[in-house]
Design a protein around this ligand. Structure first.
Ligand code: DUT
Ligand code: MG
Length: 165
C-alpha cells in the first residue's frame, strides 16, 4: 500500500466554494477511485435516453504525461438506475486544465433525478506509456502467449476467432 507521501500530488482548483467541504477522496484504503460529485444548483431529472454534461466544480491538472485520469460510472447508479456515461469512459489528459465534466446518460427506462452534490461518477488515476510508431513491412508471426496449452496462433484473428467456450 502506498503511503500518503508516496502518492502523486495533483494540483486541484475548486471552481465553486461548495466543493471545499466535498473534496473527492479514497473512501477506503483499497479504493481505486475517488467519487466525483454533481455540481448542480437544483435537482436534475434525466428522462430515459437523455444525456447531459454535469459540472464537477473541479479542475485537476495532472501535469505528468505518465499519468491520466479516467472517469468511470458508479456501479450502483449504473446497474440499478441506468445512470452511466454518455461517452462510456471519460479519459482525462495530463495537460487538461479545464473543469472535469461528467457526461451523464440515463440509459434506463425510467426518469432519474440527480441531487446537487450527489456522488455521480468516479475518478481513477492510471499510468500511461507513450509509444513510438515504427512502420514495418511485415510482422513476425504471433502466438497466443506463454501458456503451453495455447497452441493456436493469433495472427490477424480477432472478434471471436477463438470461439466461445
Ligand atoms: O468525460 C470526460 C472526458 C473528457 N473530459 C475533458 C478532459 C479531456 O482531457 C478533454 C478531452 O477529452 P477527449 O480527448 O476524450 O475528447 P475529444 O473529443 O477528443 O476532445 P479534444 O479535441 O479536446 O481532445 O475533455 C472531461 O472533462 N470529461
Ligand atoms: Mg482528444
Amino acid at each position: 500500500m502506498s503511503s500518503l507521501s508516496d502518492r502523486p500530488r495533483l494540483a486541484v482548483r475548486l471552481l465553486d466554494e461548495r466543493l471545499r467541504d466535498f473534496m473527492p477522496h479514497y473512501s477506503t484504503q483499497g479504493s481505486a477511485g475517488m467519487d466525483l460529485r454533481a455540481l448542480l444548483d437544483a435537482p436534475l431529472t434525466l428522462a430515459p435516453g437523455q444525456c447531459e454534461l454535469v459540472r464537477t466544480g473541479l479542475a485537476i491538472h495532472i501535469a505528468d504525461p505518465g499519468l491520466a485520469g479516467m472517469i468511470l460510472p458508479r456501479s450502483g447508479l449504473g446497474h440499478k438506475h441506468g445512470i452511466v456515461l454518455g461517452n462510456l469512459v471519460g479519459l482525462i489528459d495530463s495537460d487538461y486544465q479545464g473543469e472535469l465534466m461528467i457526461s451523464t446518460w440515463n440509459r434506463g427506462n425510467a426518469p432519474f433525478t440527480i441531487e446537487p452534490l450527489e456522488r455521480l461518477a468516479q475518478y481513477v488515476l492510471v499510468p500511461v506509456v507513450h509509444a513510438e510508431l515504427e512502420v514495418v513491412d511485415a510482422f513476425d508471426t504471433s502466438h497466443r502467449g506463454a501458456d503451453p496449452r495455447g497452441t493456436g496462433q493469433r495472427g490477424t484473428g480477432g472478434f471471436g476467432s477463438s470461439g466461445r467456450h
